[in-house]
Every structure is written in C-alpha cells, then in structure tokens.
Design a protein around this ligand. Structure first.
Ligand code: F6R
Length: 264
C-alpha cells in the first residue's frame, strides 16, 4: 500500500484523475472499476474536462461499478446508474453498452450477482478499481463484518450509512435499505486499486484502515493485503495518520511518483 497526501481536495482529485488518464492512455481498452458518492463528483468532473479539453479517449473502455441500490429503477435520481450518467458517462465518449452496474431490479438478486461476477471475469478482470470509503470503513457497500473474501452479493445497509446517504435523496424516505455490492474479495481481485478520501470526516477512518489491524470491522483495512493499492487523501483526511512524515518522504523520493509530484 502507498499513501499520498495532497495539499487540498482539488489536488487529491487531480492526482487520481492523472493516474486514471495514464492508465487509459496506456491501455485504451482498460477495464475500470468505478465508485459513486460525494467524493467522486469532483474527480469525475476532472475526467470529463480531460476528455473535453485533452481528448482523453474512453471509447474502448469498459466500466464496472461497485454497487447499486436494490429496488430503485435506473431512472430514479437516487440510483447509481443515474448518478454515473449524470456525473461521468454523459460527459465522456464511453459506449453506454460497455458500462455495467449491478442490477438492483433483478427478479432474482442472487442470480444477478453471480452474473455480474461472471461478466467481470469475461471482461478480463478489473485493471484499475476506484474506491471511496464510508465513515464506518466500508468499501463498496461492504459494511462492518463483511467477509474479507466476500463476492458480489446483496447487503443490508448499516444505519449510519443510511443516515448519511438518505440526505442525497429529494425524498429521504426513498433511500433503500439494501444494496448489491461487489465483495471485498471481488475488489481485491482488481489488478490495481486507488482509494480517494477527502475531508475531515474521513480522517479517523483513514487512519484505522491504513494503520490499524486488518479486520472485517473496517473492510477498507483489507486493502493492506492488496499487491498494488494507492490511497490518496487531502490534508484534512490525513490529520489522524501517525506516520505522515514517512508517507510524504516516500512520495517525494519514489521515482514512480516523479511525473505526478508537480500535478496541481
Ligand atoms: C459508493 C461506494 C461507497 C462510497 C462511500 C463514501 O459507490 O462505493 O463506498 O465510496 O460511501 O461516500 P462519499 O464519497 O459520499 O463519502
């Protein structure tokens, strides 16, 4: 795992966008794992701008989202399909047929989950998985006690998650109680992973996930087992980390970060 601290939210988002853009340029048919949530909005705006201004080409990419609510039709503004269209897909040149989310309206959810896992494998596996982190340490919707080898499945959302996410609904009572999510094991199968976290509200959980023990109570801590995981935070989200000097030293000296150090 590598941890990078950027001066502010914009610089953190721009660094992650630069990593994604490089991956897309190096492998035009990249299989990209995507996340939703407030944190990603700025990042997706940056990717859309890179497409518009620099011609960043997504035409051959395929995408798999981490999760989707159960029981919300795709045209509902609270659905993650709606979010992805609004914040990213409508602004880049990706083929909509190559964008995949779990089917929260499937007649048989378990069959749908197995089909989603199969589709990922048939696509050659996820090259780069983007992640946010919930206040309880969830990645995707892998709430506390999710098995660290879990696969795509339906999950009942934890109360704190419902309380945070319901504020995004015009009618908060529309917020579903259940969702389909890639499992922790599904996420760990990605060839590389980037977790983006910004703001003071993420400081405590980032410290637990990165510097604490690997535990299913904080499913993001399982990323410590991943072979290529980068965690990008802003100063606010870094405040509870014990080893900030070490992370800054590595970022300043590791040649792998040379091209990104000056990114604003
Ligand atoms: C959503 C997802 C979640 C979010 C997390 C943080 O697809 O995977 O794990 O990344 O809940 O959400 P925000 O960014 O709204 O704090």
């Amino acid at each position: 795992m590598e941890l990078v601290i950027r001066p502010d939210t914009e610089a953190a988002c721009n660094l992650v966008a630069a990593i994604i853009a490089k991956a897309v340029r190096e492998k035009p048919d990249l299989v990209l794992g995507l996340a939703t949530g407030r944190t990603m909005e700025r990042l997706y705006a940056r990717l859309a701008a890179m497409h518009r201004d620099e011609g960043l080409d997504f035409s051959r990419c395929r995408t798999f989202n981490l999760d989707e609510y159960i029981g919300l039709p795709v045209e509902h503004p609270g659905s993650y399909r709606y979010y992805m269209n609004r914040h990213l897909f409508n602004h880049i040149n990706i083929d909509p047929a190559n964008t995949f989310l779990p089917d929260g309206m499937a007649a048989d959810i378990k069959v749908g989950c197995a089909a989603y896992e199969k589709k990922i494998v048939e696509s050659g596996g996820i090259d780069l998985q983007l992640l946010g982190i919930g206040a309880d340490g969830h990645i995707g919707f892998n709430e506390p006690l999710s098995g660290l080898k879990s696969r795509t499945r339906d999950k009942t959302l934890a109360e704190p998650t419902i309380n945070v996410n319901r504020t995004l609904f015009t009618n908060p009572n529309d917020m579903p109680r259940r969702a389909i999510t890639m499992g922790v094991g599904t996420i760990l199968d990605a060839r590389s992973v980037i977790l983006l976290a910004t703001g003071k509200s993420k400081a405590d959980i980032i410290a637990k996930a990165v510097e604490g023990p690997i535990t299913s109570m904080v499913t993001a801590s399982a990323l410590q087992l991943h072979q290529q995981c980068r965690v990008v935070v802003d100063e606010d989200a870094a405040t509870e980390l014990q080893h900030q000097d070490y992370y800054r030293w590595i970022f300043d000296h590791d040649p792998d970060w040379d091209e990104y150090r000056t990114a604003k």
